[in-house]
Design a protein around this ligand. Structure first.
Ligand code: NAD
Length: 255
């Protein structure tokens, strides 16, 4: 019987957006479960900070400053894992950005940037990572509740996350034969710097925002650690027959 104890022992994992929020919590959990972790983020010092926390806990990590919308950077992140740790077994495509705008007030460049960071990144990281997963592997992509339903005033973000959810299904079908599972984790509102920024922009008091009963039946936002546990489940062998699925972790928000 497989358990989640040391679930990633001996595995090499890449986490994008690992400098903050959900990515950082997942990088720390992966390391605690035995993985060697490449922490990639456009925020170099933030990635170093996460890698330093992992090293302080006695596990192995390498920080890479990288823009996941760049093909060369994505290729370098994968090369770092293979050359630094001898292989690749797990990939968490999690880096993402949000622009709160309707189609009327969103600039064309802003649309392109959201698509590049949220969608092209998943394609690019998979393009370079999958050939490196020579023993099979598991990929988790961060979608969103807003990839499964609409949301107001975030037209590019909603489009980008729906693309991530369906790209995940396509990747799962294409690479199942190579022993690679691909799933999306779809968080509801989660207490990270991204969401706190949003609350600030909407000029909402955080406590009132986090408790908004209409969106959050449980009366609170999720924590990055709660999302990380779902990512661990989808990455570890305990989910060995799950691929192409969209796992929602939102305290009942979508319900
Ligand atoms: P966050 O802002 O705390 O972390 C995002 C990280 O991505 C940051 O460290 C940032 O530097 C990095 N990043 C941004 N652009 C990058 C780029 N071009 N290249 C490399 N790294 C880049 O936010 P978070 O809430 O932890 O978000 C993580 C993921 O979860 C995102 O994909 C987000 O869309 C998704 N999500 C978040 C929520 C939420 O409520 N927080 C809900 C649903 C989905």
């Amino acid at each position: 019987m497989k358990t989640l104890e040391d679930a990633l022992k001996g595995r090499v994992a890449i986490v994008t957006g690992g400098a903050s929020g959900i990515g950082r919590a997942t990088a720390l959990l992966f390391a605690a479960q035995g993985a060697k972790v490449v922490v990639a983020d456009i925020d170099g010092p933030g990635a170093e900070d996460t890698a330093g926390r992992i090293a302080a806990g006695g596990a192995d990590a390498i920080a890479v400053q990288a823009d996941v919308s760049s093909p060369a950077d994505c290729e370098r992140v994968v090369r770092t894992a293979v050359e630094g740790f001898g292989g690749l077994h797990a990939l968490f495509n999690n880096a993402g950005i949000i622009r709160r705008s309707t189609a009327l007030d969103l600039g064309v460049d802003e649309w392109d940037r959201v698509m590049a960071v949220n969608v092209r990144s998943v394609f690019l990281m998979c393009k370079y990572a999958i050939p490196a997963m020579t023993e099979g592997g598991a990929i988790v992509n961060t979608g969103s509740g807003w990839g499964l339903k609409g949301g107001g005033n975030a037209v590019s973000y909603c489009a980008s996350k729906a693309a991530v959810v369906n790209m995940t299904r396509a990747l799962a079908i294409d690479h199942a034969g190579a022993g690679i599972r691909v799933n999306s984790v779809n968080p509801g509102d989660t207490d990270t710097p991204m969401l706190r920024d949003e609350a600030r922009q909407l000029r909402e008091d955080w406590a009132a925002f986090a408790a908004d009963a209409a969106d959050r039946p449980m009366g609170r936002a999720g924590t990055p650690e709660e999302i990380a546990q779902a990512v661990l489940f989808l990455t570890a062998d305990t989910s060995s027959y799950i691929t192409g699925t969209a796992l929602v972790v939102d305290g009942g928000g979508l319900a």
